[in-house]
Unconditional design. Sequence first.
Lengths: 135, 310
Amino acid sequence: MTDQNKGGADQHPRRRGQGELEGQVLAVLRQAPKAVTAAWVQDRLSGDLAYTTVMTILTRLHAKDAVARQRVGRSFEWTPVADEAGLAALRMRRVLDAETDRGAVLASFVTVLSPTDERLLRDLLVQAPGEEEDR
Amino acid sequence: MGVFVFLPLVLPLTAWPIARLAEQRLHPKAATWLLTGVTAVFAVCSTLCLALLMVVGTAQLPGNPLPDGWSDPEVREAVPYEEVAGRAAIPALIAVLAACTCAAWQHHRVRRRAANALAGLPATSVAVLPDPTPYAYALPGRRDRIVVTTGMLAGLKPSERRALFAHERVHLARRHHRFLLTVQLAARANPFLRPLRTAVAYTAERWADEEAAAAVGSRHTMARAIGKSALLSRGAPLATLAHFAAAAGPVPRRVAALLGPAPAGANWPPVFTTVGLATWGAAAGTTVSALSSANSTVTLILILRAATPM
């Protein structure tokens, strides 16, 4: 497994995923001193992304409530709302909400409780000794 | 051939007793391996026999791609001329293949999307997401990761957090997603295998619980971590099928198992106990299933050879 990590960690010549681009745009936006235009973001992004691509990503981030925008003249100025971890959390929630049968795929720590389960569980935890075991 | 071609379709029923008993009576690790192995063999044999029936079925269709010799009366005598079964096998096999493709595709789509969602974060083994909704997942991939929210961590004590991380690490280290995918596909291939899928999903959790409990050095802490996170997740908007059964769900059973004595180390139960008989029953069922499908395959190949000038 450690081998896999070493091998897979930093091979970045591959095509950048959508998630990665969103993260980069958000990172640039967070470095901005004030609300900035999409062109400002485009200038500071590594690689030569088209203006329309930057606009698409910003709009997508806006839909996720990760950035805010206000109209200035004929264009928008953008400010970050979430940080990269916050954006990842929003994206992860979307993935999870989209999968009705995700229990089938991801091994969740716990599954949802029925009312009976909840009562049973509370009883079990009351019986369980060992608060003193906590370090 | 004859009846042998139908046996593997129903033989998964012989594994139902062990699916019920293994989760209580066997060590979770042994139970997971045993049940997954049995399930995989049953699924392969069942699908193979469905394919053989389909070959017989297509012979009845006008304009079938089989050689002309296939329609000779002598050949018709040799193959089981089950008109209904043969024809029914065609849509059944298509449905099985479609369902399996769909399940495999879904598995990879969720993993890919979840990995994309975390793409911007530093490459750490644990990704803590600022989200009040409590959840924790083991995310296998090129870079194995544990995903946990601040909402989940906030509700747990340090020792319980360690137990949670230990549990997810066992899932990743033991590649539990492969067991789960195997039984998922098998349950799609033959609906009689569904109880085995449920059983493996449970024993894999128990395996992670027990190994994590050993790692953190306290089964009580592990039990409390599970119990508290389940109660935390209670209000979370998690879409699942509603629980209709009044019987205890998997979480209370896991907690109760951890609060009880540790499972015995014995991997293979003695023959003359209930669980022993159930195990041998499943083993016999698997063997018969494998032999039947092998027999049917050989028969069909021999008939094809004889019927066609190859």
